[in-house]
Write a protein that binds this ligand. Sequence first.
Ligand SMILES: *Cc1c(COP(=O)(O)O)cnc(C)c1O
Length: 609
Amino acid sequence: MNNFGLDIWSNKNFVIEGDEVLVNFGSKPSLLKITQEIRQKDVRGPIILRFPHLIKKQITTLYECFNHAIAENSYKGSFKAVFPLKVNQFPHVVAAVTDKGTPFNYGLEAGSKAELILAMSKIVDGANITVNGFKDKEMITLAFIAAQSGHNITITIEGLGELKTIIAVATASNLKVPNIGIRVRLHSTGSGTWAKSAGMDAKFGLTATEILEALRLLKSANLLEKLSMIHFHIGSQMDDIAPIKRAIREAGNIYAELKMLGADALSNINIGGGLAVSYEQHSDAKLHNYSLEEFSSSVVFLLGEIMDAKGVTHPDIFTESGRFIVASHAVLVTPVLELFTQDYHEQLLNLKESNPPLITELKELYNQLNSKNCIEYLHDALDHIESLLTLFDLGYIDLQDRSNAEILVHNIIKKSLSLTSNINTSELKQLQVNLQERYLINASIFQSLPDYWGLKQHFPVMPLHHLSKKAIRGASIWDITCDSDGEIGFNPNKPLYLHDINLEEEEYFLGFFNVGAYQEALGMGHNLFTHPNEYTIVISDDAYEITNEEESKSTFNILESIGYNSNELLNKLKSDLNKSYFSTPKEKSDTLSKLDTFINQNGYLRTTS
Ligand SMILES: *Cc1c(COP(=O)(O)O)cnc(C)c1O
């Protein structure tokens, strides 16, 4: 039974029971039931379902693992963490992160002015704010304002220029000075797709020489008691633990050296983010090579060892993992609008009273196909279609015969693929590529899965129902943008099989999982498709509740947001219509009111035809 790799990517967050996929929590609601309940309210486009219990699970796991490692290793420092806002700044995500994080004093990380403003307004009292990224005088002043407002804020300098600006602001004002962190430039580099954040040629961080200069500048400005943190971040989605261990050794030694040079207030080492998430759905795929248990225990052990060797007090350990915290919490549900090869459906077979002998034979092959003979019969069928196409070219069979031949062979291949136990021969793989079904989804890959478009990052995908039936159609997925890149192609080495559905009789929904990190923040308005409708699903032991509905932007609003005056556009459309001839006044007023309706709906499709 194909479980769509659920055991690889879902971390037990979802389970298949009977025909459907369920949220594996509390009352275990079915994703299909939730989707149908939402669609009853006339919602037709893609939807994002948020599950705050999964954010809670990740935050809790992170703290428990580190606290366990701290106890095991008799480590003297404590564990602290912040959520990097750039991973997902949407209001209901930030609300869930701060709410579920409150018991742990979980903080926020900001990388821009807008994120800093957000952090200052949404941080739970007493929790930490860290600030990374390039900063100008205004942003640095904003950090002073945060400190003045009572926030526990650490501003990490990416270069000496920023430190000089901090000193200038501190000298010129009486505002409270924020804590200062130094991002260190490591010679050890990260690994994985996103590893451009470390190494001697990295975009960020101070070299050894610059760190010593920073220490001198801080001393002479009387601000050394503000230097509280050493920071590094070696990249996202780290697939290998070795580079992080090298980075810990390097940064740990820098920390200890600085302490020995008199940086007495230094008390935190911030190891950045980068914890990986499982996106794969095939068992032979390469996964990251560590667990959170191994990761936390390595970090704690190494830091303890380095500090003990140099006689330095154990620092508190900070992390900034974001992907790990929110990736799992969001599921993108997309209706399938069309299957493109339905024209080969068996129902369309239109055999004559008397058929050419090869077609009669194809029909018999099809009827008698079983798991023992299927490969042999498949070869016969492929042979016959060649002959039949030649007969057509020579004028011996007509178009109806040809159509019947194509439908029969198509169905023989389909049935053989479902009957055979070993699909891994190169011949069968190729047949699947040729026979793949194109599933048109009501969504935009650019808007909702931008990392697939930009980095070919795979996201687990599966149907929400029909799961007790074997899915046998090799599938490629097409979105509704008119861009040829809006496609997830069929890959015979990592095949996706979906069900053969007659969409005139029933609906078919696909879920894309682990889409909660970066996808919404990076989503692009290509073709002016916007962020889908979203819902927060709160699950208890005996029920679930659909809350926080946020509707996708209307056509009116999306046009406004890129600078058009929508009223002006609408008036133009109406005046053009007003000039035209209508047979009845009612037809005219109906047509005008349709315009009003359309411009106030979002741009996703509502019907198939
Ligand atoms: C992006 C970023 C993070 C978060 O990385 P994840 O891979 O999402 O854990 C943490 N710290 C800094 C400085 C970053 O730039």
